[in-house]
Design a protein around this ligand. Structure first.
Ligand SMILES: [Zn+2]
Length: 170
């Protein structure tokens, strides 16, 4: 086992990979390749952050392309769901963007996070990819930007967990 302390940009798709402080193994590499090499994916740039658990970053990476099992995504995949309205606010169809940014509950969470981190309030009009890109460009030093990015990823994961509790355990 060796620790690979370097980042590199994958030309195909433009994903930034960062293996710093992460144990490298063939199994890990295979899993990462399997997670990243999707020839049908749009050519977005996604920045990984090794200060949060990889399951959270992977979730956000999938959410950027609406590839998490929101009610709308499940219906689009052919599931017979007569009602795909958000269970939290009832105001719109439940997409990844709605759960994580647009829903009233998410908006309140982002307002609190913005106030805590002293950064501009997240614009609910932005898509997830642009929102994350904006957070990475706030006028702070590199370490603080990475911290803000990590908090955002963790917040997105928590919003999803909270949504699942509402859907499955209410
Ligand atoms: Zn909602």
């Amino acid at each position: 086992m060796a620790t690979v302390k370097e980042s590199y940009s994958q030309a195909n798709g433009g994903y930034l990979w960062n293996f710093e402080n992460q144990e490298f193994s063939v199994k890990n590499a295979k899993q990462t390749l399997g997670q990243n090499l999707d020839l049908n994916a749009s050519s977005n740039t996604f920045c990984w952050n090794n200060w949060v658990q990889s399951k959270c970053t992977t979730f956000v990476w999938r959410a950027v392309d609406e590839k998490i099992p929101s009610l709308l995504a499940l219906r689009n995949r052919g599931m017979n769901l007569p009602n795909v309205t958000c269970k939290t606010c009832g105001a719109a169809d439940e997409s990844a963007h709605h759960i994580l940014i647009e829903c009233n509950f998410a908006k309140r969470v982002w307002e609190m996070i913005s106030s805590w981190l002293r950064i501009p309030v997240v614009n609910p009009e932005l898509n997830l990819k642009d929102m994350l890109a904006e957070l990475l460009e706030v006028q702070r030093c590199r370490i603080i930007r990475k911290l803000i990015h990590a908090v955002a990823i963790q917040t997105l994961w928590s919003l999803w967990k909270s949504r699942n509790e509402k859907v499955f355990f209410r």
